[in-house]
Write a protein that binds this ligand. Sequence first.
Ligand code: ZN
Length: 346
Amino acid sequence: MKLSSEQPVFPSTPMQPIEFGRPVEVAPGILWLRLPLPYALDHVNVWLLDDGDGWTLIDTGIGDERCRTIWERLLTADFADRPIRRIVATHFHPDHIGLAGWLAERLDAPLLTSRTEWLSARLLALDSTSGYAEAGRSYDIAAGLDADVIEQRFATGNRYRTSVSVPPAAFSPLAAGDAIEMGGSTWRVLIGEGHSPEMLTFFSAERNLLIAADQVLPRISPVVAVWPTTPAADPLREFLGALPQYLELPEDCFVLPSHDAPFQSLHERVRSLVRHHEERLELTLRACAEPATVARIIPALFRRKFDAHQLGFALGETLAHVNYLLHQGRLATVGNEGGATLYGRP
Ligand SMILES: [Zn+2]
């Protein structure tokens, strides 16, 4: 693939989306590849950095047939002469790490990720016990969902396993503050939190570029949710705690996000994410003026109707706001209604 040597002028507004499966150079030696997802959010961006004799791939797409078919074509065409030599997974979500195991084996390439993301991916991909679904049922009962919805969600079981190839048994850990050479530049690892536990993002000072994963997206707010395996967690505190480090990066730095298109208004976007959650926290408090279950708070935060998949996100996000307020002492558990927890003013 031919690369231009001229420094491109980065647009100040988000760039236009590109075609699925056709890599486009987005900065010198960095390719943007858009891969399809079978969800309402229908795509994920992955990045390829030119290391001279080969490429570093950052994220892989989800482990389904459509995505695999695209990779089969790319590996035998675009990346046949100079292969992908390293695979970096920013976090354990299936749209990011989904094909890491399959690609690593096929390419005989190492996986680099953070310890917690590897542990989460490997554990969930291999978990064939009934524990996950049972934890889900307890979580749904505590949230006050209707019995038929609870049974429907329980029957789905561990969806993670069907969306990923099993991640490699060995990996190279990356952690906060590490420096890594990719695409002829040095990148510093900044850890994003809240959306996933130890998500890798990368900043290159010499390029003024941030590979932001899902921590800062240009249009949508990253999902910050409490999941069934950690019902008492406070991911919103982690998410809001991780954001200020991005305000220390240059205001005009160019951001490569995992969804939507590259953009340049990093500081403005970080501030609007903070405001978004402050508004949600106010709405949550208001919804608890009378003791309320999580199921009753959801409509105060989300006006749409949900399918079972989206309901999981809405429920998890609502509980994230509830748990944040609980940890701050601004909400308390005030009772129980048929197994469901009631939240109200302390
Ligand atoms: Zn994600």
